[in-house]
Design a binder for this molecule. Structure first.
Ligand SMILES: C[S@@+](CC[C@H](N)C(=O)[O-])C[C@H]1O[C@@H](n2cnc3c(N)ncnc32)[C@H](O)[C@@H]1O
Length: 263
C-alpha cells in the first residue's frame, strides 16, 4: 500500500479508467432495463442504439455484446478513446465520437437512444436542453424511443444530498463521494462536489472535481418536453429499473427515467 496520498483537482471525466470502475458496477440492472424498455415501448424493431454523453461506453459495450449496433457521442476525448479501445479489444463494431449532445446529427438513425444518469443536466440552459431533445428526435426512427434519466429537484428539502460508494476491479479500489455544495433554485443551478479516492498497489490518489448541474422540477421538465414537437412522453420509471413498475411523477419525485417516443 502506497504511503502518501496525492490529491489532484481537475475534470473527473479525464480519468475514464477510474470512472468506469466506480460507475460501472451496477451496469446489469441498467442494461436489462434498457433492453426491456425497447421491447415494451418502441414501435419499431430495435436494432441500433445511440447514447449521447456515453462516457466510457460502459453500457454501449454490454449492449454491443448482446448484438445491438451501437454508437455513442461524448464531449470528453479521453472517455471516447477509452470506449473505442475497449470495443476494439473485444472486436465489437460500435464506436463513439467526440461531440456535443446539443448539436449533433446521426448519419444512420437509431431505433432507441438512452442517457440514464444525469448527463443531460450538464447542459447549462433551456436552449441547449431543447436543442438536445430536437437532435435526439431527428436521430430516431419513427416509433423509436429515448430513455432519459435524471435527478429532479423536489419541492422542499431533498433527502438525497450526499452519497458514497465504492467498487473494486482487480487490484484497484475506487471510493466515490458525491455531495450537493450549493442549490440555487432561482438560477436553476446545483453545484455538486465529487471525489474519487483511488487505491492500488502503485498509488493512492484523490481526484477532486465540481460540476454545475442545471436543476429541473417535475413541472420544468414537463414544460421542456412539451416544447419539442414530435417527441411524445409515454411513460416514466424510477432508478429501481423495474419495467413492470412505471411511476407517476409529482413535485416530490426525484430519480426518474422519462420514456419519450418519436412520433
Ligand atoms: C455522468 S457521465 C455519464 C456517462 C455515461 N452516460 C454513463 O452512463 O456512464 C456524464 C458524461 O457527460 C459528458 N458530457 C457533458 N456535457 C456534454 C455535452 N454537452 N455533450 C456530450 N457529452 C457531454 C461528460 O463528458 C461525461 O462523460
Amino acid at each position: 500500500m502506497p504511503k502518501h496520498r496525492k490529491t489532484v483537482t481537475g475534470n473527473i471525466y479525464d480519468h475514464p479508467a477510474y470512472y468506469d470502475i466506480i460507475f460501472g458496477a451496477e451496469w446489469a440492472k441498467e442494461r436489462n432495463f434498457l433492453v426491456a424498455a425497447c421491447d415494451t415501448y418502441a414501435h419499431c424493431k430495435v436494432r441500433r442504439l445511440f447514447e449521447p454523453a456515453c462516457g466510457t461506453g460502459r453500457l454501449l459495450f454490454r449492449l454491443a455484446k448482446l448484438g445491438y449496433g451501437v454508437t455513442g457521442l461524448d464531449l470528453n476525448p479521453h472517455a471516447v478513446a477509452y470506449c473505442n479501445a475497449r470495443m476494439e479489444r473485444h472486436a465489437l463494431d460500435g464506436r463513439a465520437v467526440v461531440g456535443d449532445m446539443s448539436d449533433f446529427h446521426l448519419r444512420q438513425k437509431a431505433d432507441a437512444a438512452f442517457n440514464l444518469i444525469n448527463s443531460f443536466r450538464h447542459l447549462p440552459d433551456e436552449k441547449s436542453a431543447a436543442a438536445h431533445l430536437r437532435c435526439i428526435r431527428d436521430a430516431l426512427t419513427p416509433g423509436g424511443i429515448y430513455l432519459l434519466g435524471l435527478h429532479l429537484t423536489p419541492k422542499g428539502e431533498s433527502d438525497c444530498e450526499a452519497e458514497s460508494w465504492q467498487a473494486k476491479r482487480g487490484p484497484v479500489t475506487v471510493r466515490s463521494h458525491l455531495w450537493t455544495k450549493r442549490l440555487d433554485r432561482r438560477k436553476r443551478e446545483e453545484t455538486v462536489g465529487i471525489e474519487f479516492d483511488v487505491t492500488s498497489p502503485r498509488q493512492a490518489l484523490t481526484l477532486v472535481d465540481e460540476f454545475v448541474f442545471r436543476t429541473y422540477s417535475a413541472k420544468q421538465m414537463a414544460n421542456l418536453i412539451h416544447k419539442v414537437e414530435g417527441l411524445e412522453w409515454i411513460s416514466t420509471h424510477d432508478f429501481d429499473y423495474q419495467i413492470d413498475q412505471p411511476i407517476d411523477i409529482d413535485s416530490s419525485s426525484e430519480d426518474v427515467i422519462y420514456v419519450l417516443r418519436r412520433q
